[in-house]
Design a protein around this ligand. Structure first.
Ligand code: F6P
Length: 558
């Protein structure tokens, strides 16, 4: 007899009954009836302050959600995750991104092996590579120092490094040979083509970043890059002893869990950084896949990023559920999705350095928890991951906030900002202006969450408003303040969301560490490509796809 699904259990049922009472309660009322609500629903850990007071809940709601977490065995699941048990059940392996940020003096023995020495051996190899670049000693085939590195990867092999390098661009080490780090992910080659038109092949190196080393998007970009290098470097310099082997060795690095495939592709063994199957793609920026990050910020800052994430791991492991940031953030989401029917979630950073944070979280959350089958293979009868999207809050104010304020959808919002910025700018006049701009940004951040909460009541006005100026408010939000944006607080912010995703998956009884939903599309794309290339028969195609393919053929014929 399978165990009852979570929505059939007592804690869920009690929450459903409680939600029926809470649905008609406006957030504004919750505030006017409970002084001290901010303090009651705010927690701090690892350089982050999480204010959950603008969620549509009260003490009793949180008590009941914590009971749900206990009923779903969240504490046991946290322990199993961090201990390296095989929590990724469909692929029968652990999910050990947390091991990548353990300090060297710790140990984590999983299935008889201590993983920490191998993790730090990889970091040491990374450090050696980074040092070579920063000393101007990594030379291309013609002997010139490498100045530009292009990361070719997609999904987890792109979004994490792209997001972090952008967020920490202020942390470039001083006095080192500067390396421009760029990212090309799209299979259509448009980003890559742009780089190839601007970069000098003699001083450009490509990092092939792919856990599987089979991803067609990355491999097709890699082939184009290889042909470009060969044509440009060998054509002109053949007589100077530049051969294909030298080009491959000096212009490519491979980051993958498959050393065999890197080797087959022609990556020199000493220029490979391998990692482990137990690191999920979207959880992989903490190790080898983080090489572009280390190239931008240096190894010390990269290690500070790991330390920040580790501080959040410790908090996740040790704090009681009622003070545990990832658990509380997860429970707020569960309350909105499963009990208030709010199935849209917007991520709104108020700091330009976090430009790619929403894109990063879209993969982390939706690829992890966009699932509808439980661990034991039953269809869930409740909603799981909401539709999650976002962009920089100040820009989104001029784009989609209209819908947040007056649309028909309820949306949960996460507002994210550092408390302080620019106080270290050397020139006092510029510093004052920039600090003022940061305060302006914070004012907007706080104003938006207040208007979303209170609606019209955020402002005292005489007389009634016309209906088209009505703001109903009652939109729930969380506000996350970073003490300041540093490698360490960014590490803990990312780890916070990783663990939030895990807690939600535990309650929904789904596996956040696989992504079978993306496989069929890849297979059908391969078949479709063969038809487009006239290598397979179009007869079996559905009518729409056949029509589209024929439109392309007809355009190609001119
Ligand atoms: O297709 C989805 C996916 O497998 C993601 O999970 C992953 O991050 C991305 O593709 C890239 O995969 P790889 O690192 O193996 O190239």
């Amino acid at each position: 007899m399978p165990h009852p699904m979570i929505d059939q259990q007592d804690a869920w049922q009690a929450l459903a009954a409680h939600a029926r009472k809470m649905r008609t309660t406006h957030l504004g009322e919750l505030f006017s009836n409970a002084p001290g609500r901010h303090a009651a629903f705010t927690r701090r850990a690892a350089g982050l302050t999480l204010d959950l007071s603008k969620q549509r809940w009260r003490d009793e709601t949180l008590e009941r959600l914590l009971a749900l977490a206990r009923e779903a065995e969240v504490p046991e699941a946290i322990r199993a995750l961090l201990a390296g048990e095989r929590v990724n059940r469909s692929e029968d392996r652990p999910a050990l991104h947390t091991a990548l940020r353990l300090p060297p003096e710790e140990s984590l023995v999983v299935e008889g092996e201590d993983l920490v020495p191998a993790v730090h051996a990889t970091l040491a190899r990374m450090a050696t590579m980074v040092e070579r670049f920063h000393a101007g000693q990594w030379r291309g085939a013609t002997g010139r120092a490498i100045r530009d590195v292009v990361n070719l990867g997609v999904g987890g092999s792109d979004l994490g490094p792209l997001m972090v390098t952008h967020a920490l661009a202020d942390y470039r080490p001083e006095g080192v040979h500067t390396i421009g780090v760029h990212f090309a992910s799209t299979m259509d080659g448009s980003q890559l083509a742009d780089y190839l038109s601007r970069l000098n092949p003699e001083t450009t190196l490509f990092v092939l970043s792919s856990k599987s080393f089979t991803t067609i998007d990355t491999l097709s970009n890699a082939r184009t890059a290889r042909d470009w290098l060969m044509a440009r470097l060998m054509g002109e310099n053949r007589e100077e002893g530049v051969d294909a082997e030298l080009v491959m060795r000096q212009h490519f690095i491979g980051l993958s869990a498959s050393p065999e495939k890197m080797h087959e592709w022609g990556i020199a063994d000493e220029h490979q950084l391998a990692f482990w199957e137990w690191v999920g793609g979207r959880y992989s920026l903490w190790g080898a896949i983080g090489l572009p990050i280390a190239l931008v910020v240096g190894m010390d800052h990269f290690r500070a990023l790991l330390a920040g994430a580790h501080a959040m791991d410790r908090h996740f492991s040790e704090a009681p559920l009622s003070d545990n940031l990832p658990v509380l953030l997860a429970l707020a989401g569960i309350w909105n999705v499963n009990f208030l029917d709010i199935r849209a979630h917007s991520i709104l950073p108020y700091d330009g350095r976090l430009e790619y944070f929403a894109a990063y979280l879209e993969q982390l959350e939706m690829e992890s928890n966009g699932k509808s089958v439980t661990h034991d293979g039953r269809e869930v009868g409740y909603s799981t991951c909401p539709v999650l999207w976002g962009q920089l809050g100040p820009n989104a104010q001029h784009a989609f906030y209209q819908l947040l304020h007056q649309g028909t959808q309820s949306v949960e919002c996460d507002f994210i900002a550092p408390k302080v910025r620019y106080d270290d700018v050397a020139d006092p006049a510029t510093r004052d202006h920039l600090m003022g701009q940061h305060r302006l940004t914070l004012a907007n951040c706080f104003a938006q969450s207040r208007v979303l909460m209170l609606g019209d009541k955020a402002i005292k006005e005489d007389g009634p408003r016309p209906v088209y100026k009505h703001y109903r408010g009652n939109q729930p939000s969380s506000t996350l303040l970073l003490d300041r944006l540093t490698p360490a607080t960014l590490g803990s912010l990312i780890a916070l969301y990783e663990h939030k995703v895990f807690v939600q998956a535990t309650i929904w009884d789904i596996n956040p560490f696989d992504q079978w939903g993306v496989e069929l599309g890849k297979q059908i794309a391969g078949e479709t490509q063969r038809i487009l290339e006239h290598q397979a028969d179009i007869a079996d195609m559905d009518d729409s796809t056949r029509g589209l393919i024929e439109a392309v053929w007809s355009a190609e014929r001119g």
